[in-house]
Ligand binder design. Structure first.
Ligand code: ATP
Ligand code: ATP
Ligand code: MG
Ligand code: MG
Lengths: 253, 253
């Protein structure tokens, strides 16, 4: 049963893109067929995987803007078991046109459902802020994961996403959307308030078991064009993403 | 001579808000009269300073949306020498209306210029992404500081801001806008590529001398409702913000 997960948080820099990439690589390494979809106009996932966002001909832009577009022509397959629908800088105009020209927001969902049987897990990377591209991602998914730092702003970001899940379910037409949980990222045990914030989150909302630690190997890996699992396989960051893949993979069992 | 600095980077979570707050507190502590302006719909600066973004009656929203609004009625003065024009969640609708209803984007500039003589330094906090609120901030400022992490995405964020500075100067009507420089934030000497990235940045664009280190005290301070300078005055983070205040203060000498 294909699982379509959207990773979202209006707060910037909380590890959405890093998680989509490393979780995707870890799941593929565990033998699952994985599709990553980049719907951020900054296309940092696309850049992370070695492509130039200024030079992408077919991207998620076509899936959002045109009816009846299948995945096939946009698909890249940069690693074994790991496919990518790249983003492109054109997504910035999509964000404007989708609203002004009143396009239906369900085209991405249709394109993904058409190709469901090709993949076990689909991960959608979204931009920060709460805009129409994120809404299209929510309409296309069955579950939401909220990467969040355990800082004083964590609960604000989580609440904003909970509101959006409720609105998408009730008003915008995805009654099946569920909140998987918050994924704690950048967790630094030296920060006095990090554990306290994590405990508070756990008491209030679903939170994934796996916690992604603050680990400089995660930040260094992209400089070598690699996921942390290749760059530093024994690092705490790599171990956490492997553990996350088992936790996420376990939901399908 | 009042200096109006806008802190901007379309990348999220790079320390814009943290810098506006702690730099503002440090400058005020050095005897300057400081005004902070929050134009982010998430209003995290406003929340950081102890106010509730859902309960702000007069905010930067009024300065952006209505002609001839002076600062006086929006102003809060939460600390000695430190004033705040708060943000509010209404800024989200401002972002939409400013574009759709074609409002002039220079009202914030007019309001700030009217009150220039009251302050030595004005710091503007902007949202992530490149949207109309950030443009209004650019039009109101005389200089841009770009907080940026020394990661693989640093140069992308800097380029995006350089493009915007050029466009605002040439096309949109602020010929006086200059780029002060990039402020390196979250600097972790344990990250192999951080120093390399910083050196590359220094070779390509103006970069401030002061570097803000990754320091958990900075992340913990907001949980006590304090700036890091009060919460942990001897920490590396506090020392860096004091040094930054001297560097920035030195530009007016
Ligand atoms: N656990 C971690 N430890 C250390 N660095 C990390 C960690 N997770 C992510 N990073 C680094 O932090 C930066 C921001 O991460 P990332 O781009 O994934 O956030 P994001 O939420 O996708 O940001 P945006 O909102 O701009 O899309 C990147 O340089 C990344 O390499
Ligand atoms: N040098 C630092 N060391 C450790 N933590 C930091 C540092 N600077 C900022 N932080 C923490 O990182 C988080 C993000 O910082 P901040 O909110 O200032 O970023 P921002 O660029 O304003 O984000 P946004 O784009 O969402 O407005 C906050 O929890 C903050 O306390
Ligand atoms: Mg991202
Ligand atoms: Mg901010």
């Amino acid at each position: 049963m294909t699982r379509i997960l959207v990773l979202a948080n209006q707060k910037g820099g909380v590890g959405k893109t890093t998680t989509v990439f490393n979780l995707g690589v870890a799941l593929a390494g565990q033998g699952r067929r994985v599709l990553l979809v980049d719907i951020d106009p900054q296309a940092s996932l696309t850049a992370l995987m070695g492509f130039d966002p200024y030079k992408i001909e077919r991207s998620s832009y076509s899936l959002l803007m045109f009816d009846g577009m299948g995945l096939a022509r946009a698909l890249k397959t940069p690693r074994a078991n790991l496919a990518l629908v790249p983003g492109s800088i054109d997504l910035a105009t999509a964000a404007v046109k989708l609203v002004q020209e009143r396009h239906p927001l369900t085209r991405l969902r249709d394109a993904l459902r058409q190709s469901r049987m090709l993949f076990d897990t689909v991960l959608l990377d979204t931009p920060p802020g709460l805009n129409v591209l994120t809404v299209a991602g929510f309409l296309a998914a069955d579950s939401v994961v909220i990467p969040a730092q355990c800082d004083h702003l964590a609960m604000l970001g989580v609440r904003a996403i909970q509101d959006m899940v409720a609105r998408v379910c009730d008003g915008l037409g995805n009654a099946d959307l569920s909140l998987c949980g918050v994924l704690a990222t950048f967790f630094d045990p030296q920060a006095i308030y990090a554990q306290k914030t994590l405990d508070e989150l756990r008491a209030l909302v679903p939170v994934l078991e796996t916690v992604i630690p603050y680990d400089v190997h995660i930040a260094d890996a992209p400089h070598q064009g690699k996921p942390v699992l290749d760059y530093a396989p024994d690092s705490p960051g790599a171990a956490a993403y492997r553990k996350l893949a088992e936790e996420v993979g376990g939901w399908d069992a």
